[in-house]
Design a protein around this ligand. Structure first.
Ligand code: BTN
Length: 226
């Protein structure tokens, strides 16, 4: 697949967006050693010391009707990390990846359905020494000497499999095996309850007493309670 690597850039998602407008093919990858304006979800920034993380964005042109793209990407990240390191990963709905309940990877999907593409931006912490101490127990890294190129290679293969037409059922099953929130108490701006898996549209199911509420990723900010 075509790949463009930057030593320093603003954001790999921003670079990929420019490339998407120039009709580069499905699967085009942008990587960077360092980002000066890394983007996170909900308008947050994403900061990684130079060379300490896999920072990549992958162009998806074969968009399907499936609402599960935001889940397929972290599932693929889990599979890739587990293929190169002796760790077990979980997905914290909607699309963070955890090792032992700590965030190792964030995913930012920026979609332009009208133009028929989406950028899957993926940041995976690799070097435990480079983690910001201010993040405390909330963050972790793959460690085990895993390098960027090795992880990227297996990740692209895993993405090809999980982000494919017809992968919906398999993604739901793979997510269920790695659902880091299931059974945990969660709260959002509308209430609180127990996470109980996801529905076929990728919405989080939360049990609140006798009722089940289905929550969209865009409209809530969940906090897992310890
Ligand atoms: C989050 O957890 O808030 C999502 C973080 C996504 C970060 C990655 S790093 C590579 C790509 N480029 C960006 O600007 N953001 C994503």
């Amino acid at each position: 697949m075509p790949r463009r690597h930057y030593r320093v850039t603003d954001s790999t998602n921003a670079r990929l967006r420019t490339l998407a407008a120039r009709a580069v093919p499905h699967g085009t990858v942008v990587t960077a050693d360092e980002q000066t304006a890394g983007r996170g979800r909900q308008g947050r920034t994403w900061v990684s010391p130079p060379g300490s993380a896999l920072l990549c964005s992958v162009l998806i042109r074969r968009l399907t009707d499936s609402p599960l793209l935001p889940l397929a990407v972290p599932v693929a990240v889990c599979e890739a990390i587990e293929a190169v390191a002796p760790v077990r990963c979980a997905v914290k709905w909607p699309n963070d990846v955890w090792i032992d309940g700590r965030k190792v990877c964030g995913v930012l999907i920026e979609a332009r359905p009208g133009e028929g593409w989406a950028a899957a931006g993926i940041g995976v912490n690799l070097d435990p020494e480079a983690l910001d101490p201010g993040l405390g127990e909330r963050a972790t890294a793959v460690g085990h000497g895993v390098g960027r190129e090795r992880l990227l290679g297996v990740l692209l293969t895993a993405l090809q499999r999980r982000v494919a037409p017809g992968a919906t059922e398999a993604v739901l099953a793979a997510f269920a095996e790695r659902d880091g929130l299931r059974g945990r108490e969660v709260r959002w701006h509308g209430g609180s309850g127990t996470a109980a898996g996801i529905d076929d549209n990728g919405r989080l199911r939360v049990e609140t007493g006798e009722t089940i509420t289905n929550i969209n990723a865009g409209e809530v900010h969940l906090v897992a309670q310890e």
